[in-house]
Ligand binder design. Structure first.
Ligand SMILES: Cc1cc2nc3c(=O)[nH]c(=O)nc-3n(C[C@H](O)[C@H](O)[C@H](O)COP(=O)(O)OP(=O)(O)OC[C@H]3O[C@@H](n4cnc5c(N)ncnc54)[C@H](O)[C@@H]3O)c2cc1C
Length: 408
C-alpha cells in the first residue's frame, strides 16, 4: 500500500476515503477492469468502530467482491435475535432461517480483507483531502494536504459522514440524532466464556437506554450501548468517558446479560464513542453532478438502528461497478476512452437505483431510534414494549436484506 505518490488520475476513478465503502469500491472496480486510486487520510489501515453486524445483503456484496469466504471462516453466524427489557423480560425472539446470514465481524478484519483484495498501488494512506472543488461542467478537483492537485476522470466521495465531496456538491450537513453510541470489543485470549450465537437487544426503562450484544469470533464479543445526550454534552463525550458510562450502565441491566464481564475485558484501544448523525437522501433525486458521485455514509449517513450503514456502502460499491461496466461495454474499449456523457449517464443511473432504497433505510433507522432509544414515561415504556411484542410476532427482524445485484 503506497503512502507517497506521484498520482496521475486523469484516466482513473479517484476514491476519496478508504473506509468500508471506498475499499470495497476499489475491489469492485478492479473486478470490472476499471482503474482506481484511493486516497485515505489515515496513516494506517484501521477502522474506528470495533465490530459491525453484516446481514444477508452485505454478505452477498462481499461474495461479489471475493472476500466473503475468509471473513466467514473467522466470524460466527448468528442463529437468532432476542429483544429483552433490561430486567430480562423477553419481548421478542426471531430465529434466522437458512436464507438469512447475519454475522458480527471485527471491523479491522473487514477492512484488512478488502484492502488485501485491492490491486497493487491502488490504496494511498496518509493522504488527507484538504479541499474539493466541482466546476460548472461537473469535473472534480481534489487538493491534498501535501499540496498535490488531482483532476480525476471520475471522483467518488467515500469520505464518510463529514464528507468534503458531499459539501462541495452543496448537500446539507448531517443532523445530530440526539444520541451517543459506544462500541467496544471484549477480548478473551482463552476464548469467550459460555459463548452463544444469539444477538441480544436490551431495552431500558424510562431512561431510554439501548444495549446490544453479539459474538464476533472465538475470542471476541461485541458490546454497544446507545443513549440520549444533549448536543453540547455529546461534543465532549469521548473514549475516556465511555468506559465509565458502561460501568454505571451495567448496574441497571439484569445479571443474565453478564455486562460486567464484557466491560472488564474491553481494551482501551477497542472502545469508541460517536455522536450519531443522519441525513435522509431524497427518494427520487440523483445526488451527484457531472463526473462526481457519492457512496456510503457520504451519500446516505444513517443512525445504526437498522444495522445497514456498512451494508449499504458495500451494495453501493457493487452498483457503481455494475453501472460503469455496462456503460463501458456499450461505449469504449477502455475506461480511458469512455465519453464523458456516457460516464455521467451511468453515474446518474447508479444514483437513481440507490436513492429510493437508501432513503427508506435511513428513514426507517431514524424511526427505530425514536422507538427504542428515547426517554419516556412508564406508560410510554409499557406501550413501547407491547408494540415490540406485537411487531416482532408479525415482522421479520432483518429489514432490507433482499438485494441481489451481481458483478458479471
Ligand atoms: C454506533 C454505530 C454502529 C454501527 N453498526 C453498524 C452495523 O452493525 N452494521 C452496519 O452495516 N453498519 C453499522 N454502522 C454504520 C457503518 O459504520 C457505516 O455506515 C460505514 O462505516 C460506512 O462506510 P463508509 O466507507 O461510507 O464510511 P467510513 O467507514 O466512515 O469511511 C470513511 C473513510 O474516509 C476517510 N476520510 C474522511 N475524510 C477524509 C479526508 N478528508 N481525506 C481522506 N480520507 C478521509 C476516513 O478516514 C475513513 O476511512 C454503525 C455506525 C455506528 C455509528
Amino acid at each position: 500500500m503506497a503512502d507517497t505518490m506521484d498520482l496521475d488520475v486523469s484516466d482513473k476513478v479517484l476514491i476519496c476515503g478508504g473506509g468500508i465503502g471506498g475499499l470495497a469500491l476499489g475491489v469492485a472496480l478492479a473486478k470490472v477492469g476499471i482503474p482506481a486510486l484511493i486516497v485515505e487520510r489515515g496513516k494506517q489501515l484501521r477502522s474506528a468502530g470495533a465490530g459491525i453486524r453484516l446481514q444477508t445483503n452485505a454478505w452477498h456484496a462481499l461474495e461479489q467482491l471475493g472476500v466473503a469466504k475468509r471473513l466467514r471462516e473467522q466470524h460466527f453466524r448468528q442463529e437468532s435475535i432476542e429483544v429483552r427489557r433490561n430486567t430480562g423480560l423477553l419481548l421478542g425472539r426471531s430465529v434466522y432461517t437458512e436464507d438469512d446470514e447475519n454475522r458480527g465481524v471485527v471491523r479491522n478484519e473487514l477492512v484488512l480483507a478488502l484492502a488485501e483484495a485491492l490491486p497493487e498501488g491502488c490504496l494511498h494512506l496518509g493522504c488527507n483531502v484538504e479541499t474539493v472543488a466541482i466546476d460548472d461542467a461537473g469535473n472534480g478537483t481534489v487538493t491534498l494536504s501535501s499540496g498535490q492537485v488531482l483532476r480525476p476522470k471520475l471522483l467518488v466521495g467515500a469520505d464518510g459522514v463529514n464528507s468534503k465531496v458531499t459539501k462541495a456538491l452543496g448537500i446539507a450537513p448531517t443532523a445530530y440524532s440526539g444520541h451517543v453510541g459506544i462500541r467496544a470489543i471484549a477480548r478473551f485470549d482463552e476464548g469467550v466464556p459460555e459463548l452463544d450465537t444469539v444477538t441480544k437487544v436490551i431495552l431500558g426503562g424510562p431512561e431510554g437506554s439501548f444495549d446490544l450484544l453479539f459474538p464476533l469470533t472465538r475470542q471476541t464479543q461485541y458490546y454497544a450501548s446507545v443513549f440520549e445526550l444533549p448536543e453540547h454534552e455529546a461534543k465532549d463525550f469521548h473514549q475516556d468517558k465511555a468506559l465509565h458510562y458502561l460501568k454505571e450502565n451495567s448496574k441497571h441491566i439484569h445479571p443474565m446479560f453478564r455486562i460486567p464481564l464484557w466491560v472488564d475485558n474491553i481494551r482501551p484501544e477497542e472502545i469508541y464513542a460517536h455522536q450519531l448523525v443522519d441525513r435522509i437522501p431524497p427518494k427520487d433525486e440523483a445526488w451527484g453532478k457531472g463526473c462526481v458521485t457519492l457512496m456510503g455514509d457520504a451519500a446516505h449517513p444513517t443512525t445504526p438502528f437498522l444495522g445497514q450503514g456498512g451494508g449499504m456502502a458495500l451494495e453501493d460499491s457493487v452498483e457503481i461497478a455494475l453501472a460503469l461496466q455496462k456503460a463501458l461495454k456499450s461505449s469504449a474499449a477502455s475506461f480511458k476512452d469512455m465519453p464523458s456523457d456516457v460516464l455521467v449517464k451511468a453515474l446518474r443511473e447508479y444514483e437513481l437505483i440507490r436513492a429510493p432504497r437508501t432513503h427508506d433505510m435511513v428513514a426507517l433507522a431514524r424511526y427505530n431510534v425514536n422507538l427504542v432509544c428515547c426517554k419516556r414515561t412508564w406508560l410510554g415504556v409499557w406501550l413501547r414494549d407491547w408494540f415490540i411484542r406485537v411487531a416482532s410476532y408479525f415482522t421479520k427482524v432483518s429489514f432490507y436484506t433482499d438485494w441481489d445485484a451481481k458483478l458479471t
